[in-house]
Design a protein around this ligand. Sequence first.
Ligand code: ATP
Ligand code: MG
Length: 391
Amino acid sequence: MNDVVNNPPSWLGVMGGGQLGRMFAQAAQSMGYQVAVLEPAADCPAGQVAQRLVNAGYSDANGLDELARQCVAVTTEFENVPADSLSRLAQSVFVAPNAHGVSVAQDRIAEKRFFVGCAPKSGVMPAPHKVIAALEDIDAISDDLLPGILKTVRMGYDGKGQVRVKSRDDVRNAFEAMGQVTCLLEKMLPLAYEVSVLTARGADGESVVYPIAENVHRDGILFTTTVPGPNVSAQCAKAAQDAATAIVAELGYVGVLCIEFFVLTDGTLVVNEMAPRPHNSGHYTIDACATSQFAQQVRAMARLPLGDVRQHSPAVMLNILGDVWFEDGSDTPRTPAWDKVLGLPGACLHLYGKDDPRRGRKMGHITFIAATLDDAQRQLNAACAILGIPA
Ligand code: ATP
Ligand code: MG
């Protein structure tokens, strides 16, 4: 394993071939690096742009060894990458983030335990919760946790693997419906709004923290990210950024880490979960910040100095789901009017090269940058009208 700076044109590797891997590859390549992607699917967003696609399963020893041989450093673009695979890679190549950070973020129990342990330093607690590993655990839950949300401990994303529950019977039914896999019951909190904080830490222990982002979800999927957040007070922003800085240091993490928080109606900040990679809510950084979250990941893994996180324009990011390919009621996809969207001032379109639009599938995003947040929001509304997205 090397512990020196890796200047371009050396090879950087990424586990996973999705859109995050694609945008990572594009950022790395624009800095002169060469990129190898390990991904089992033959056609994938990152594979379309990388110089090399290692077509192998995420646990395939030969594939992992090939990636390690080719690259000076390896990162991951999805959080469910097997931690064992990262450990195997780490025997011969620098891996950031490492298996420890990823395995904490992969497991809601480990993640909550970590957040609780970190609270004296971060100043924030997670939602009250209890592990439900067997039906008997349901009898022992305190009434105070209801109504709540039952979440699978592993593999949840975009609101999948979670059920809202009002009573003990609901918990029982939901637990059985999920096949009695280990779950976490979380108290349902009164959210005023949701924010995320993107941070990055280098191997030298230096870290940076991006401006706080305000997120709106629809049907469990991120809908928009607005920065600066219209509801976020300076005090809340500072508390969340300080918490993120403490969390990334406590985890001994190297790379980009995104931490999601809830802000409750009484103003309390609650830490929800973290993603050990660039995050959908950080896409705005590509067009609105001096250093994008993907360029930052390149810098962290190549042991370069971390980049300037300064935001130069107010920004609103809109996720583009497959739904916009379908006119109301139609089953036949048609190309959305990108030409009209691109006629809007400050519209930055990013499509991920997926040729099979499906409802609910993330196909791309648009970031609107403008001199003022009001202007950016006006362009967002105009784009929604063009694309048939309900305002
Ligand atoms: P993703 O990976 O897409 O961020 P996820 O499926 O991992 O999502 P969470 O982020 O934990 O799951 O929850 C999804 C959404 O459900 C949150 O953004 C929030 O709106 C709501 N939610 C989750 N937990 C709570 C809670 N304890 N109280 C109130 N609302 C919650
Ligand atoms: Mg979430």
